[in-house]
Design a protein around this ligand. Structure first.
Ligand code: ADP
Ligand code: MG
Length: 502
């Protein structure tokens, strides 16, 4: 894959304002222990039960880098087509906050581990743009304060203190709220494919700072406002919407946008000033004297590169090009790595069975059963794909039964339902319940004769020109055969039989 050129012109706001957005995304690294201590990172544990002396900043404690977290950052960098810096370093970002016991956060300011990269962002089938990543750095998360548990006291939970975060900083390449949320979606999907961040927004595993400015096209960049710590794509869109109209109003009324940090209030949908540039903190960044520079070998990077999974954008392309899937189906299937794995397993099973590449027609049927029927059943039951009794092998078996005319599409729905609840294979269900389609013309003819006999009057009306009655006869024959007669044969034979007087 290569970086996409923007292939469309984003709409201007209120006729002549261009919106400019850059994001800083904090992604919690998947790892068992914290960035500089052995304490567990499991979410939801008893408060302060996962805190080492390092996390609590006891005097004399020394941080030790968790090499697994470093590997995860490298993997993320490679997945985002970025340069991996073989020499990087950790810096202390000094500030006082109750949930930061050491009085500084260990971060990477001067020399981040990951340099420039890019990711392609698709809005729909027709619109794509390449978004540049400025850099990614590793840093510690802070603890969590609770101010709403007691009338006079605040509480602190340090379980999260010291957990590894990757801060992914983009260039200001986004031009609308839709582009910003599309970026967040593909970033989340990519991180989940890579297995470096679970993307769980409710648990705060992915939090975004959104930088927004407006300008007239061709002007230099406008003054930006940073909206901090937004934890859902819907809120990202709302915050941008609010900021854009606030900033345009200011400028159109002869005022100036001031550079500041604002907070988003999710109940009002508004942003509120938190601090301006003038009172911006001086973090007094300095290299952390407790940690040596982080030096990587090229071999380590290469061996991680070999473990990279195929990423969604690439899968999306070949599912459309090699199997003729619609963009919609391919996008749905690749939106979660678990879905893609399931569907690819269906293709693999089918290819093994037939000894050939799966036809586009079959690939499409598999996609329909998967994203239509199976998704609907899973949604209704509130289950994950992993809990489904319908394995890829079963789905292939079901589709094959339809394709070789063993059962009709309609009967297949019944079979699906039985397999879903019982876990028996589709073939077993069809045999046990005698659901195989009737393709024996004598049997179908017999059923048709019986139906015509019982409905002589209607048969006569049909012959007199009431064509609509044909559907009635088809229905009756299907009823007579328990829905099992081959529909095409019923049509053909019925036409012949009805046209002659019996
Ligand atoms: P800082 O480190 O002070 O937050 P940076 O220059 O690193 O400042 O920018 C942080 C984020 O702001 C980046 O995501 C960048 O893309 C974005 N950004 C910078 N300038 C603008 C602008 N004029 N409008 C919108 N976003 C911007
Ligand atoms: Mg910033």
């Amino acid at each position: 894959m290569s970086v996409a050129q923007r292939n469309y012109t984003p709409a201007l706001y209120k006729g002549n304002w261009e919106v400019v957005i850059g994001m800083e995304v904090h992604a919690q690294v998947i790892s068992q222990s914290k960035l500089f201590s052995g304490a567990s990172t499991t979410f939801g544990a008893e408060p302060n039960s996962q805190v080492s002396f390092v996390d609590a900043a006891f005097p004399g404690m020394l941080p030790v880098i968790n090499t697994f977290c470093v590997d995860q950052a490298i993997k993320t960098g490679l997945g985002l087509n970025a340069e991996i810096n073989l020499w990087s370093r950790f810096d202390r970002k000094n500030y006082f906050y109750p949930d930061l016991p050491s009085g500084y956060q260990i971060s990477q300011f001067y020399n981040p581990i990951i340099g420039p990269g890019w990711i392609n962002v698709r809005l729909d089938e027709a619109k794509v743009f390449g978004l540049r990543i400025n850099h990614i750095h590793l840093e510690q998360d802070a603890g969590k304060s609770f101010h709403d548990q007691h009338p006079h006291k605040s509480y602190i939970d340090l379980n999260r203190a010291g957990v590894a975060l990757m801060e992914i900083v983009t260039e200001p390449d986004m031009r609308s709220k839709e582009e910003a949320s599309a970026f967040l979606r593909i970033l989340r999907t990519t991180l989940r494919y890579l297995g470096t961040c679970d993307g769980n927004m409710e648990e705060g595993s992915l939090r975004s700072d959104v930088n927004v400015s407006v300008r007239r096209p061709d002007e230099t960049l406008g003054t930006r406002v940073e909206v901090k710590n937004i934890n859902s794509s819907r809120f990202v869109e709302q915050a941008i919407e609010f900021e854009v109209s606030r900033q345009i109003d200011l400028i159109e009324n002869g005022k100036k946008v001031i550079q500041e940090t604002r907070l988003f209030n999710s109940s009002s949908g508004e942003t509120k000033s938190m601090r301006s540039k003038e009172d911006a903190q001086d973090y007094r960044y300095m290299p952390d004297p407790d940690l040596p520079p982080l030096i990587l070998s090229a071999e380590r990077v290469e061996s991680i590169r070999r473990t990279l999974p195929e990423l969604p954008d690439k899968k999306l392309t070949w599912l459309q090009e090699d199997y003729g899937l619609s963009y919609y189906d391919a996008a749905l299937i690749t939106s979660e790595c678990g879905n893609a794995a399931y569907y690819e397993e269906c293709l693999a099973v089918e290819a093994r069975k037939s000894g050939n590449k799966v036809s586009n027609e079959k690939a499409k049927m598999l996609a329909n059963w998967f994203t239509g029927d199976l998704f609907a059943y899973l949604n209704k039951a509130g289950l994950d794909l992993g809990a489904s009794k319908i394995s890829p092998a079963y789905l292939v078996e079901l589709v094959d039964l339809v394709c070789d005319d063993s059962i009709s599409g309609k009967i297949a729905k019944d079979v699906f339902d039985i397999v879903w609840s019982g876990g028996e294979s589709p073939v077993a269900v069809v045999e046990r319940q005698g659901m195989r389609q009737i393709t024996d013309s004598a049997a179908i003819e017999a059923a048709i004769s019986k139906v015509i006999d019982q409905n002589q009057d209607k048969a006569q009306e049909y012959r007199n020109g009431k064509d609509k009655l044909f559907g009635f006869f088809v229905g009756q024959v299907m009823k007579e055969t328990g829905g099992k007669a081959n529909p095409n044969m019923v049509n053909d034979i019925l036409k012949k039989k009805l046209s002659v007087d019996s």
